[in-house]
Design a protein around this ligand. Structure first.
Ligand code: F3S
Length: 771
């Protein structure tokens, strides 16, 4: 079949470059042959290949069997950045000295606003506290032609879904829940700042071809079950690591029964099982949502595009694994505490609370966020709140509502739900992340260290995630279940079977929720002050960074790899136990230094356990003097003493936080030697010019210690050979002078060898751009 004559609107930047994608897709079909059957995720990914022939032909089996092995070089259509991670992404982009971004991009100010007393006052104090950072982001946006969404405009993923996501689009976002846009048939992947910069300068972005996990949906949700319950159930089945290396692709007759925003909730939380991203096939709910959000043009062009490429899996496409969920049989689930994969069906939750001795009293219920603040969610909840008010009830626990954007907030105001929530005594928070990212200042007397339970419709529930209190148990549930529990004030309430006493003495039972998928009138526009700032790049704009700033600092390029082996390295510290990205670069109060590498480096490994002494955040210099780990790192940086860290299994697990690689590199780390690495962190290290090596024999972990002198054997040659070759470490024991050779393994690809030799991926990129 030839796709020679499609006509597409190429004048609107919010319409994906369908013409280009069709042409690329045609090449994909030519290369793979007529019989090739592709999943939807493969269709969209391969249409974004930088060089179709090279990528698909050079791989095994004529391109048909590249999942899990090939490195795809992709050209995304768009980048979105949230305020905390955008700082480092932009600082890196600035070093490339380009007049504008090569593809459309947007910045969303959402993470830095604290949830405390309510939308208006929280927003005012948030802006005051972070003015310098917001000014920096806004000036960079103006200079480079990036769309700027001011504080209060909305949470990145909701704004993306309402404005940028489009069927067949491929985008990157500097936030792990970027896959939210998969609910609108977009391939949307969460990445670190260095990856975003590659896309922003127009360079190809590399991704190991994912395997595809098909989730077949049958039946139709009814009663209390909501889209949230599908993903809560799936998280329980897959666990937090079960989706690693996979794209989750939904298919089956149940797809057509779901709303676009419900699908987005499910894709959003695919991040909780470690999936690269999640996606739904293009369907009628997408058209309805696009039109309701004033994007008739996108809907029209998407239909034309789908007529050609079929935005769903081909009939004989093969999934690597399949899980089937019957929506008709699904009951509400509650996941937690402390991990999103501990899933309990509602019918068993009461007993589980008693068995586990979890608190019976509910201290707060929080609904909304980027995950669950859709019109459908909120109108279903409004119905419940209205009937409870009519029965004379008020929420028995504190009730917080976070709209995902000003567009949804204004629509809910226009159509009534906001008034209903206020009438019930709910607190409306600003359109920002707030309590979902530890930015929740509680005034309910629950002190740090007090065990207590909260219910949220958010997506993550790690310890301390909401209020910084490690003893707050966060249970994840649909907004409807959160609301029911909040009215009951207890964690053991089951709205499907239990009733609540009312002031009149009658018993009240909630009727199963119902709501509207989209408003009957199109969505209301956001208030003027919360609309995005859009302008052509303006080279005359000065990007605002004060030289005396404590929160922002320009980046200096890292030094390149020497033209020789590394010699004279010393082991800074040997750590034991779990070493997550939080251990390497803590969040919480450190969030404010995200744009200042020297300042945030003061937290490097500050909760790591010293394997030799059992002390937390303690390291010893060669003269025996005792320091914190970051202090010794700084001391060695000053003395130009390069170093390495020795660690155990899964070093760098957790988020994609690139600071966990940047900070050690800034302080002088050249190697991390561990028993194994978390995949994303291992890539991040190489991007910043640090060499991740694993022990060939795990027992060697015991033979190397703090202060030992290390030289590499074969590393330089391996890098020059594009990642081919073996690497060993010559170790001279600090205390005895004894010498030994430790064999290691590595997973350095050709491109990554280039990053390391150049000093960082960014150095290499800058070099290429200056040619
Ligand atoms: Fe913000 Fe929480 Fe979503 S931090 S982007 S509301 S996951």
């Amino acid at each position: 079949r030839s796709f020679a004559t499609p006509t597409f609107d190429t004048s609107n930047p919010r319409i994906p470059p369908y013409l280009k994608l069709v042409k690329n897709y045609e090449k994909v079909k030519e290369v793979l042959g007529k019989g090739a059957a592709l999943t939807l995720a493969e269709k969209i990914l391969y249409s974004h290949l930088d060089n179709v022939e090279e990528s698909l032909m050079t791989n095994t089996n004529g391109g048909r069997n590249i999942r899990g092995t090939a490195n795809l070089k992709l050209k995304p259509d768009r980048v979105a950045m949230q305020d905390a991670s955008a700082q480092m992404a932009l600082l890196q982009f600035m070093t490339c000295n380009l007049p504008s971004t090569a593809i459309p991009a947007s910045i969303h100010c959402d993470h830095l606003i604290v949830g405390e007393r309510g939308a208006q006052s929280d927003l005012e104090s948030g802006i005051k506290m972070n003015q310098e950072v917001f000014d920096f982001l806004e000036s960079a946006a103006k200079k480079y032609g990036i769309e700027f969404w001011p504080p209060g405009a909305g949470i990145i993923h909701q704004s993306v879904l309402e404005n940028y996501a489009a069927p067949g689009l491929m985008m990157l976002g500097t936030d792990s829940h970027t896959p939210n846009a998969g609910g609108l048939s977009t391939i949307a992947i969460g990445v670190g700042g260095a990856d975003a910069v590659e896309a922003l300068v127009g360079a190809p972005w590399e991704l190991k071809a994912p395997r595809i996990l098909g989730v077949e949906l049958k039946g139709k949700l009814s009663g209390w079950a909501a889209p949230k319950d599908v993903i809560l159930n799936l998280a329980g089945q897959l666990t937090v690591r079960g989706g690693t290396g996979f794209i989750i692709e939904y298919f089956g007759p149940g797809v057509e029964t779901l709303s676009c925003t419900g699908a987005a909730t499910m894709c959003n939380m695919g991040a909780e099982v470690g999936a690269t991203t999640s996606i739904f096939p293009f369907n009628s709910a997408h058209v309805r949502y696009l039109e309701a959000t004033h994007r008739h043009d996108v809907a029209r062009e998407a239909k034309k595009f789908s007529d050609i490429v079929q935005l769903k899996a081909d009939a004989d496409a093969k999934y690597d694994e399949i899980i089937t969920i019957d929506l008709s049989k699904l009951e509400p689930h509650i996941n937690g505490p402390f991990t999103p994969d501990l899933s309990t069906p509602l019918s068993q939750f009461k007993e589980t609370v008693k068995e586990q001795n979890w608190p019976d009293k509910l201290s707060a219920g929080l609904i909304g966020s980027c995950t669950n603040s859709s019109y459908e969610d909120m109108t279903r909840v409004e119905g419940m709140v209205r009937e409870a008010i009519q029965a004379g009830l008020k929420p028995a626990s504190d009730f917080y509502i976070t709209p995902g954007s000003d567009q949804i907030r204004e629509t809910l105001r226009r159509d009534g739900p906001l008034d209903t929530f206020k009438e019930a005594g709910g607190t409306l928070l600003s359109n920002a992340c707030g309590p979902c990212i530890g930015q929740w200042k509680r005034h309910d007397g629950v002190e740090k260290g007090t065990p207590n339970a909260i219910f949220t419709s958010y997506n993550r529930n790690f310890r301390g995630r909401n209020d910084g209190n490690p003893d707050t148990m966060n249970f994840l549930a649909s907004p409807e279940i959160v609301t029911a529990m909040t009215f009951a004030g207890t964690t053991t309430f089951n709205p499907m079977t239990d009733s609540l006493p009312t002031p009149s003495g009658k018993e009240f039972r909630f009727t199963p929720p119902s709501g509207l998928e989209i408003p009957t009138q199109p969505f209301e526009a956001a208030r003027h002050e919360f609309r995005p700032l859009t302008q052509a790049p303006d080279p005359s704009v000065n990007v605002a960074i004060s030289p005396t700033s404590e929160r922002l600092a320009l980046l200096e390029p890292f030094e390149p790899f020497p033209n020789s082996e590394l010699t004279g390295l010393r082991v800074l510290v040997k750590v034991t136990g779990k070493c997550t990205t939080d251990t390497i670069s803590a969040a919480g109060p450190w969030l404010k230094y995200k744009g200042h590498l020297p300042n945030i480096s003061e937290n490097t490994l500050n909760t790591a356990i010293n394997a030799e002494t059992g002390e937390v955040n303690v390291a010893y210099d060669l003269d025996g003097s005792k320091h914190t780990i970051p202090e010794l790192g700084k001391r060695w940086k000053k003395a130009a003493q390069p170093w390495l860290v020795v660690a155990e299994h899964n070093y760098g697990e957790g988020s994609a936080r690139e600071h966990a690689a940047l900070q050690p590199r800034y302080l002088g780390a050249r190697i991390v030697l561990s028993k194994s690495f978390a995949r994303i962190h291992e890539t991040n290290l190489k991007k910043q010019g640090v060499v991740p090596l694993t022990f060939a024999g795990e027992a060697d972990y015991d033979k190397i210690g703090a202060g030992d002198e290390v030289s590499t054997v074969g590393l330089y040659e391996m890098l020059q050979n594009g990642g081919k070759g073996e690497v060993a470490l010559k170790v001279k024991k600090h205390k005895t002078g004894e010498e030994l050779l430790i064999k290691t393994k590595h997973a350095v690809s050709k491109d990554q060898a280039g990053f390391i030799l150049a000093g960082s991926a960014l150095n290499l990129l800058s070099k290429r751009l200056c040619r």
